[in-house]
Design a protein around this ligand. Structure first.
Ligand SMILES: Nc1ncnc2c1ncn2[C@@H]1O[C@H](COP(=O)(O)OP(=O)(O)OP(=O)(O)O)[C@@H](O)[C@H]1O
Ligand SMILES: [Mg+2]
Length: 342
């Protein structure tokens, strides 16, 4: 069997890991979670399998999201997570691939090392690190090589990354730890305070995806039912909630995101700001699908806002595509193959 040199792109997200293989497309999308036996320290499972174990196994088996808040909190678990996912998608035809990894923008040197070690441990020939906004823009088919300003906002689980890109590099960048997870927390606290109810993660996620709306109004108001536990009686309780009931926590988060984008726009050179004015803003990431967020940002920033065609997968796709553009990307992309780093 001849060797095929594949390009692989990995979106190493705090919530999910998505792997793209050139010529095959998206081959894996699983939660970035590890099930660990806390008594032995052994990793029992990763991804879907790990998340299925949670809550149904003895207390000493814990689910850990090692990439919380966009920052790799646990070196060894992160390594194991990446290694196991890569082994899952490897087949005998993929020999010594070139692998690009999209790393969270706030990543430190040690965290980078964990990623690089994991990828090289499964036999990658070349390893590159790509910044999320560059990957997101490439994955959406934006032509980054033009001398024109483009604004991309990636709204993930842990962080929202705002970037202005021109001529293949990031001109301005800022990020806030307000994204999907922070919205979940804000909703959880709000319901606790105002309705005396505690909800599980799945119910909160359902409310966020189905009911929450940044542009909710008495005329634009959906109702849904959740089940949780009453803090008053301690017993299970059903509760009807509407988009309006969730507006306060959602808006608070949306406003922090808007403020971050606003500060980036303020510091953007005027020529590029003019380009953004005519082109608008592209939003990507799972959280870009939050109902009404595009309209809210558009109103707040007085610019057109467009949701990417494939908001969940575009970072992984763009990370893979970055490999083809290795020579021309200015910043936000670098060769991290062990032995090459100085
Ligand atoms: N339809 C939807 N409406 C609202 N939120 C959604 C929707 N679909 C997914 N999300 C949220 O998007 C978040 C995950 O987005 P994504 O997969 O882009 O994150 P990530 O890449 O893992 O995180 P990060 O980029 O911060 O490291 C989760 O909080 C999830 O609940
Ligand atoms: Mg992401």
């Amino acid at each position: 069997m001849g060797s095929v040199n594949h390009n692989i792109g990995i979106d190493l997200g705090t919530t999910s890991i998505i792997i793209y293989i050139e010529g095959k497309g998206i081959v894996l999308n699983e939660p970035s979670v590890v099930a660990v036996d806390t008594e032995t320290g052994k990793v029992l499972a990763v991804g879907e399998e790990a998340s299925r174990m949670v809550g149904r196994t003895p207390a000493h088996i814990k689910a850990i999201y090692p990439l919380r808040e966009g920052i790799i909190s646990d070196y060894n678990l992160t390594k194991e997570l990446i290694r196991r996912f890569l082994l899952k998608v490897y087949s005998s035809v993929i020999i010594k691939p070139r692998v690009a990894v999209c790393v969270p923008s706030e990543i430190t040197g040690i965290e980078n090392d964990a990623v690089i070690e994991a990828v090289s441990s499964v036999g990658a020939r070349k390893i590159y690190l790509v910044e999320e906004p560059i990957a997101a823009a490439l994955g959406c088919g934006l032509d980054l090589m033009q001398p024109a300003g483009r604004m991309v906002i990636d709204l993930g689980g842990g962080t929202t990354d705002v970037a202005v890109i021109s001529l293949g590099g990031q001109v301005r960048h800022a990020s806030v730890t307000v994204a999907g997870n922070a919205i979940d927390e804000a909703m959880t606290h709000h319901l606790l305070r105002n309705y005396n109810i505690t909800l599980g993660k799945k119910s909160i996620e359902m409310l966020k995806k189905e009911i929450a709306d940044c542009m909710a109004s008495p005329l634009r108001n959906i109702t849904g039912e959740v089940r949780g536990r009453s803090l008053v009686t301690g017993l299970p309780q059903r509760l009807q909630l509407t988009s309006m009931d969730l507006l306060e926590p959602i808006r608070t988060c949306a406003e922090q995101i808007a403020a971050c984008a606003h500060s980036v726009l303020e510091s953007t050179p005027p020529e590029l700001a003019g380009d953004i004015c005519s082109e608008g803003i592209l939003i990507t990431g799972g959280c870009s699908q939050l109902r009404g967020l595009d309209d809210y940002l558009s109103k707040r920033l007085k610019l057109k806002v467009r949701i990417a065609e494939d908001p969940i997968n575009c970072v992984a796709i763009g990370t893979g595509r970055a490999l083809e553009m290795a020579g021309v990307l200015q910043t936000g992309f670098r060769d991290a193959t062990p032995g090459l780093r100085g």
